[in-house]
Design a protein around this ligand. Sequence first.
Ligand code: COA
Length: 260
Amino acid sequence: MSQHIRTGVLNGVATIEIARPEKKNALTAEMYTAMAQALADAQADGQVRSVLITGQPGIFTSGNDIEDFMSRPPGQGSDSAEAPVFRFMKALVDCPKPVVAAVTGAAIGVGTTLLLHCDFVYVSDEARLAMPFVGLGLVPEYASSLLVPQLMGPRRAAEKLLLGDPFTGEQAVECGIANAVLPAGEVMAHARRVAERFNQLPPGAVRDAKRLMRAPQRELVLQTIKTEGEIFGQRLRSPEAREAFQAFFEKRRPDFSPFS
Ligand code: COA
């Protein structure tokens, strides 16, 4: 288990809390492994009726840990499907129990794309969301190239995926990514109340209903994750991405002018 992923079960709700505030909750391979394990544990535990994913006050997650990615890029080779990030992605896609996200603050990169795979999303009024993959020399991941245009139409998807424009919780609700925006101090309690409602519902019917709702696209989602992952893996090794990552750590704007 990672020290940066806190887990626990309370009143039928399995909580997965991302807790690495000093690095803005950036996700390492070790943290993905811990989250995949927590989802497996929640699935196996008969006392658990729902899962709640949350972050820290002011930060949900800043996405993939860029340093970890640069030193251990996933997405290539025959064992790439077993990379921690892909194991986590698949575990969330296939989680049979309802998953509620409490977006306590900024949600960048996979911080936003993982929300596409949750059943309920509640966002703090202070949160900003963004999918800045292209500006990092990368491509959309976690089936966002499929699901974001489906949710909000190709025009608004282009703003968010090609330009990487950030957006507010209100905009996330408008375009179908989130259920509601709440004051920062209330988002966690609200999300928990929704998660706890499953204690009063028949778990078998909930499971069957969720499976039916997901079934028509499940294979396509998994295939898209794989296809995106292969291109993402190549792009991680590209000079464009190297320049973007270096610029991030040097706290300067990247210079893509040498590239054609
Ligand atoms: N990977 C690795 N380290 C990260 C990180 C990430 N995704 N996000 C933040 N950090 C680190 C910073 O390098 C910094 O480390 P330092 O204190 O050793 O210099 C620390 O976390 C604090 O981040 P900082 O950028 O100074 O905080 P901020 O409040 O000014 O900005 C964010 C917060 C989330 C807006 C900003 O950190 C950010 O944009 N992060 C990158 C997000 C991103 O591009 N994610 C997609 C990855 S595919």
